[in-house]
Design a protein around this ligand. Sequence first.
Ligand code: PEP
Ligand code: MN
Length: 389
Amino acid sequence: MTASETPLRPTAFKDWRLGLDRPLLIAGPCSAESEEQVVDTAKAIDALGIVKVFRAGLWKPRTRPGSFEGAGMDALPWLQRVKAETGLLTMTEVATAQHVEACLKAGVDMLWIGARTTPNPFSIQEIADALRGVDIPVFVKNPINPDLQLWIGALERLANAGITRMGAIHRGFSWFERTPFRNSPMWEFPIRLKAAFPDLEVLCDPSHIAGSRDKLGGIAQQALDLGLSGLMVEVHHDPANACSDAEQQLTPKDYKKLMDSLIFRQAEPTEGMQDRLQGLRDLIDQLDEEVLQKLGTRMDIAERIGDEKRIQQVAILQPERWDSIMRRVLALSEHLGLSASFVAEFMDAIHRESIRRQSWEQAGTQLGGLPMDNKNEKDKVLKNEDPFN
Ligand code: PEP
Ligand code: MN
């Protein structure tokens, strides 16, 4: 689907007619557990004077059965009390049409769709159909698997149903290897979503990315530094005894401390800053050009080596040579203050491209020797087109 065909026409918080603005702060417990827990937590959050929206999960999608699954429908009147007794808007997660209908009837102000629901187009369509003709803000969390199209697709299904006030929430992705966090942040996903839809409000849920109180601050700051539109944080009046996600929830007091410690940057640079930024950006452009020129030269040389290997009938992949290159650059990267993982990834991409170029040289000989200076044919191979038709 091209940009002109997508039904997604996001609007900014300021046009949502709810008095919301960036950065939007949403806070509240992972689950609604009891009336007392919900109302106490909401009042303590309201008293901080910085939060606009109270979150609480009524229906909890648990990975395995046997865990606390939320208070369900019984908790709707508790959210109504929060609405009546504080200045906070209320928000909860919906996963079925039945949830949607109950929330609309109870006057819940906003909805979110959870990370386990987003990847299922049938569920999303069911929710979208239940929302048809209803004007309520809906946030879509990223799918648990890193798939930008599924995330966008869910937003589009809501747009097709007529929802105009919608946002996205970045909560990280499940990952098969151990990561320092509960979910891998993979910041390139919210960045790519923002790049495709600049007006879309993309929040961050640092609680579910971090998975623990000590790592929350770093993730929250990074989200703000990237210009995301706000934070949804899990806050509980008694985290140690929470029925779900006890390790990552903050007390209202610790939440305030954390918010006070964060740097909320202006989304747009001020005028004096523009000049300084421009100077630095010119420098970056210049350096990018130099990096690309050097890469071009490096690839030319790799091709000459490929010619040699072809003439001598030597294998393209020489693992010992590659090991020694990696050792050398990793030692150098340490001196230059570059992270080893970044340099390893960068070098790996260069290596793959060199091999691809050299493979073409050899494929030519093996298949009867294409003229090596035939630029048209070569371009086709480099673009993955078949040179033999
Ligand atoms: C939640 O917000 O409590 C929740 C279940 O989050 P997610 O869908 O991101 O796992
Ligand atoms: Mn949670």
